[in-house]
Design a protein around this ligand. Sequence first.
Ligand SMILES: Nc1ncnc2c1ncn2[C@@H]1O[C@H](COP(=O)(O)OP(=O)(O)OP(=O)(O)O)[C@@H](O)[C@H]1O
Ligand SMILES: [Mg+2]
Length: 327
Amino acid sequence: MYKTFYSLKRNPFEITPDPSFLFPTRKHNEALAALYYGVRRHKGFVVLTGEVGTGKTLLLRCLLQLLKKNNDVAYAYVFNGRMSPIEFLQYIVGDLGLPAAGKNKSELLLQLASHLISRSQKRLTTVLVVDEAHHLSAEILEEIRLLTNLETTEEKLLQILLVGQPELDEKLDSFELRQLKQRIALRSHLAPLDLNETKGYIERRLHLAGSPNPSTLFPEETVATVYQHSRGIPRLINTICENALIAGYANQAARVTPEIVDTIANDFRLGIHTRPMEASRPAGELNLQKAARTLLELYAHLQDEQSRADEVRTRVRVRVPEHEPYI
Ligand SMILES: Nc1ncnc2c1ncn2[C@@H]1O[C@H](COP(=O)(O)OP(=O)(O)OP(=O)(O)O)[C@@H](O)[C@H]1O
Ligand SMILES: [Mg+2]
């Protein structure tokens, strides 16, 4: 409805990740390059993290588009990691086009390994993409670690891309996943946009949607207000701008004003967070939590060692403090 009024050919601020709308900030470029390079050079294991709505899924879609240009890449795409380890393996095997139904774990692994070897012999690349990887359980992350072991003397047979919110970094930092962490070949992080990038982002989307004059429709002070409310998070920028256009049209306003943006942000309760954002979280608090968790994990590990040592009746003694001093 607002499209005709604002001389637009398409919706500029759809929230579905559409590669044709990619605004290549430096961070997005670097992250996409890391994913692409990791796959093409058979680096094995690549991790991309970023706050909610910063463009991770969009980058994956861009990557898959790039990879499809050559016919030598096949991939399994996991977009929901909430499953059991066996379901996870079945899903991957099935998504690679192999029969998976009714197979047990070792049959699935054998089948996968021989498929990967035969593709590698034909110089073909196989990729496992896991989006929303912060939801993966420790058991599935352990399966992934085992999959990183599929390799020849020269290269990894399966390229694995784990993409998720910052909780994924925290999981990978945990003591029991240290083996997986050591296997990461490339790692990148997407940050929200800064003010300049927000301006470029809004203008590019309006331009691609056919706006004859993006900077008149969203003047500088309006962009600054969008930035202030969205904190540079692309999904929030889209929500605010889309609704601001609807409100602008309802008021027959020739341009979107900061007041319209304020009202939208208020309606969407954008100033209210139940979980502190990455940037505003006090560094000390995070470090203390991490330190406490690492200590707990260390103590659990020491306790395991102790019970094992007891079992074989060696004289090894491990002293475990009764109280965890930070909690
Ligand atoms: N660099 C960019 N250029 C153009 N659009 C972008 C960019 N980054 C993000 N977007 C847009 O922002 C919205 C959210 O992006 P996306 O869904 O990829 O975020 P996400 O990081 O995967 O979020 P979540 O953590 O919730 O899965 C989409 O509409 C996407 O097209
Ligand atoms: Mg996503």
